[in-house]
Design a protein around this ligand. Structure first.
Ligand SMILES: [Zn+2]
Length: 157
């Protein structure tokens, strides 16, 4: 009984961390959009929109042409870019997206090739790896050769 309770508690704690990070980004998005909507409303003598993300985003979208000519347009772009980066971090914390690209062209290999695309940070180059063997990796500089080899392999089969 005690064991079960502990298990449940641990699981909800992990979920809580994830939700907290998501909630924080969401709150920041609302704050930033509300602040820029407030600026638009004040300077254009309009009624500010409801303080929820879809309404704020729609409002800013309607005034985007005016905003791009505003002296603070650079700050707006920087803040939106930063929010977008933070939101991506919550959705995809490892920053690696796996894209299936086809069968491994190595002879007798049953593996699939997967492109590892790093969505932020450039610590390691994006590469293509084989699901069956660590030896079958294709760094970005070899992709033309890989494409030729996959094409040739396709013709043989
Ligand atoms: Zn392989």
């Amino acid at each position: 009984m005690v064991k079960v309770v502990r298990k449940v508690a641990r699981k909800s704690a992990a979920t809580g961390t994830m939700n907290t990070a998501a909630a924080e980004v969401r709150a920041s998005i609302r704050t930033v959009l509300a602040s820029w909507s407030g600026l638009v409303a004040e300077e254009r003598h309009l009624r500010p929109p409801a303080r929820d993300v879809p309404a704020l985003a729609r409002f800013l979208g309607r005034h985007v042409d005016w905003l791009t000519r505003h002296p603070a347009a650079g700050d707006l772009a920087d803040e939106i870019r930063e929010l977008s980066r933070r939101a991506s971090n919550v959705v995809d914390p490892n920053g690696v997206r796996r894209v299936h690209i086809g069968d491994c062209p190595d002879i007798d290999c049953e593996g699939n090739l997967v492109a590892l695309i790093r969505t932020h940070g450039d610590r390691l180059p994006t590469e293509i790896v084989c699901t069956a063997s660590d030896a079958h990796t294709w760094p970005a500089t070899w992709w033309t050769r890989l494409a030729r080899r996959m094409r040739t392999q396709g013709e043989v089969r």
